[in-house]
Design a protein around this ligand. Structure first.
Ligand SMILES: *Cc1c(COP(=O)(O)O)cnc(C)c1O
Length: 484
């Protein structure tokens, strides 16, 4: 077996092995970590993978990126991450048939049956296992510092809460999450989980995190780590359900093995769809990856025009699919690195331009060909589109979907190809966004048993000022309390 090393999209080599990059955020040159090579599965290998249970499949797919943990250990970690107790079924991400539209079978891949009812659990549960294993080996502890607009924060906290070597400091913006999201996250009573509420927006929270992490001395002294969406451990864990969804779709349709399917992906930071794109690179027969945005359509604009133009605060809208309300897409640089044929100097200059003038344009023939080859097509929805999609899915298929999934389905319907099954990723359960579902249907979706009355539970938060120094002194105090 040859060694997989990681390097940066901006050119820095030898970032280390999987376990090394796992605990790091940005690469030292400001780029994102990428593996030195990708495994390509041929038909026979895919056939073998198709027979595996979810955790077994996860260990084989992850093994392509993790060469410093042996397969037996990796299997054990996957078994612990993906249990029926945490995800509600042995299948972990069941594939559900909705029906046929325009001669196309439409499926829902249920990614939201985990501890916090959103797809981010799939990566976070795995990350929790990886972190614990790596920290154990290093004899170290970790303090996770992050910012959330909703789903990431609770997924991270529920994944890390029983891990004795990990504390979490999670910043959230005051008054910007749904009441269910708040209740779910703030009601966790665990001494090592800190919910820090900031007056302002998600971007301000994220800037504060950057402010703290860029102080290298502080970061090292207090062992600050991150779980944000650029984490390669998250991206690689998400690749697994594309394989799983493909295999189940082939079984359910009876289509020949290796015949193509498409996926529709409600997108924000370009993490989920980057995982799908990587699965395609690894040989999974994916026709199209349908990238769906809401009114915050930075990515839709790029795939339609080649212009990537990040948005300012005044142009970042608060929508009914809040987990996709982004002004720039943090994983996008990994995709562009491929688009420009790994020319890291060009990546550097594009991002330099982005920082100076807020946009860049990709219009050379070679790059455009690569974008086409990725299979990514895009579209966007508005509030009304999502309300109508929730309503007609309920009427047609007796199934209630959340506004993010509705966004994906709305855009998927505009990109159907006859006889190529469309797998729509369900990224959250409707109960997380009950206000919008109520607006569409006039009733409230059912609350899963484990969250009944969650909104009545006491909540634990700490209000802090939006400045880096107050944040640092809070973190320092808590860690020193714990260490002594
Ligand atoms: C995070 C999230 C998304 C966006 O996923 P990205 O990986 O950031 O593109 C979509 N839907 C839900 C419910 C989410 O929580």
């Amino acid at each position: 077996m040859s060694f997989i090393s990681y390097s940066s999209t901006r050119g820095l080599k030898n970032l280390g092995s999987f376990s090394d990059i796992l605990l790091e955020g940005l690469a030292p040159d400001g780029g994102l970590a990428i593996p030195s090579r990708y495994k390509f599965f041929d038909k026979n290998e895919l056939k073998d993978l198709s027979k595996l249970s979810y955790p077994e499949l996860a260990s084989h797919v992850l093994k392509c990126f993790v060469d410093d943990i042996d397969i037996e250990t990796l299997k054990r970690l996957c078994d612990s991450a993906y249990t029926p107790e945490s995800f509600g079924s042995k299948e972990i991400t069941p594939l559900t048939y909705l029906g046929m539209e325009e001669n196309t079978d439409i499926f829902l891949l249920e990614l939201s049956n985990g501890p916090t009812l959103a797809f981010k659990d799939i990566a976070m549960q795995m990350l929790g296992q990886f972190f614990e294993f790596v920290l154990e080996k290093k004899g170290s502890t970790l303090n996770i510092l992050g910012a959330t607009s909703g789903d990431t924060g609770s997924a991270a906290e529920y994944a890390m809460k029983d891990k004795s070597k990990i504390s979490v400091f999670m910043l959230s913006p005051e008054g910007r999450m749904s009441s269910f999201q708040k209740a779910q996250m703030y009601s966790l009573m665990d001494e090592k989980i800190h919910n820090l509420v900031i007056p302002g927006t998600f971007d301000i929270c994220q800037d504060l995190v950057k402010g703290v992490s860029s102080d290298i001395n502080f970061k090292n002294k207090y062992r600050i780590g991150s779980v944000n969406s650029i984490n390669w451990g998250r991206i690689s864990s998400q690749i697994v359900y594309y394989f799983y969804g493909y295999f189940r779709a082939i079984e359910k349709t009876g289509n020949p093995f290796m015949s193509p399917v498409s996926f529709s992906v409600p997108s924000g930071n370009f993490g989920n769809i980057l995982s799908g794109y990587t699965a395609k690179k690894m040989g999974l027969p994916i026709q199209n990856l349908v990238l769906a945005t809401n009114e915050n359509d930075v990515l839709d604009e790029f795939f339609k025009t080649g212009a990537y133009r990040v948005r300012g605060l005044s142009e970042t809208f608060k929508t009914s699919s809040p987990s996709m309300d982004i002004s720039k897409a943090s994983n996008f640089e990994r995709f562009i690195y491929d688009v420009v044929d790994n020319d890291f100097e060009r990546v550097c200059s594009l991002w330099k331009q982005l920082n100076l003038q807020g946009n860049f344009l990709i219009d050379d023939v070679e790059s455009i060909r690569n974008i086409k080859k990725s299979g990514i097509v895009s579209g966007s929805s508005n509030h009304q589109n999502r309300l109508e999609t929730i309503k007609n899915v309920k009427e047609q298929y007796s199934r209630i979907i959340d506004p993010h999934t509705a966004d994906g389905l709305f855009v998927a319907r505009k990109n159907l190809k006859p006889e190529i099954p469309m797998i729509c990723l369900e990224t959250a359960l409707p109960v997380k966004f009950a206000e919008t579902v109520f607006e569409s249907l006039g009733n409230i979706p059912q609350t899963p048993l484990k969250f009944i009355d969650v909104e009545k539970k006491p909540q634990k938060i700490k209000n802090i000022e939006a400045n880096v120094e107050s944040l640092k002194s809070f973190i320092k105090e808590e860690i020193e309390k714990n260490d002594s």
